[in-house]
Ligand binder design. Structure first.
Ligand SMILES: Cc1cc2nc3c(=O)[nH]c(=O)nc-3n(C[C@H](O)[C@H](O)[C@H](O)COP(=O)(O)O)c2cc1C
Length: 163
């Protein structure tokens, strides 16, 4: 089966998640696409499409957002994932950044966790990241984010079950 895993990333974590997901689907023909490099792909050409992108300042990466807005998904099968640092914001991030009808028809939409890597940021983003960490210091539920390896496995299993 043909699977498209299309992603956008700013500091590389979403790419890592997309690559891990692709590795878990070896029996399928997977196209792994950085949307900043290959933007004109159509979910209609694939049996299953996964789109992933990071959240910054509450917003989904604009390249992933645009791809989701211009693509025709239904009736194809598809799933979405985000990478984010605040796990308790996940539901809200999906609600605010994805069209509700698309979420309703998705096989699954989930967070695959995130990473906070000062080294991979532009100067401005490093500054924002520092503020982001500072502003969450008083939040006792805040833990430094990591990639949810098990959730990547669950996502791969769900895709395998449905194609
Ligand atoms: C400047 C900046 C702002 C961020 N804003 C948020 C945010 O609003 N909510 C959140 O959950 N995570 C936030 N994060 C964490 C990112 O979602 C996390 O670092 C993610 O792994 C980035 O993915 P990427 O490496 O694919 O760009 C922010 C990170 C940075 C650097």
């Amino acid at each position: 089966m043909k699977i498209l895993i299309a992603y956008a990333t700013k500091s590389g974590t979403t790419r890592i998640c997309a690559e891990k997901l692709a590795q878990l689907l070896p029996q399928h023909q997977v196209t792994l696409a950085d949307l900043s490099v290959i933007p004109d792909l159509s979910p209609a050409d694939f049996d299953f499409t996964v789109v992933g992108g990071p959240i910054r300042m509450g917003k989904l990466h604009k390249t992933a957002k645009k791809f989701i807005e211009v693509s025709t998904f239904v009736p194809s099968k598809y799933a979405f994932f985000i990478c984010n640092g605040l796990s308790d914001g996940t539901d809200e991030y999906f609600k605010k950044n994805f069209p509700a009808p698309l979420l309703e028809s998705a096989l699954v939409y989930t967070s695959l966790g995130g990473e906070l890597k000062p080294d991979n940021q532009s100067r401005f983003d490093r500054f924002l990241l520092k503020m982001f960490i500072e502003s969450n210091r008083e939040n006792e539920d805040f833990v430094m984010p990591t990639i949810y390896t098990e959730e990547i496995g669950r996502l791969a299993d769900k895709i395998k079950e449905h194609i």
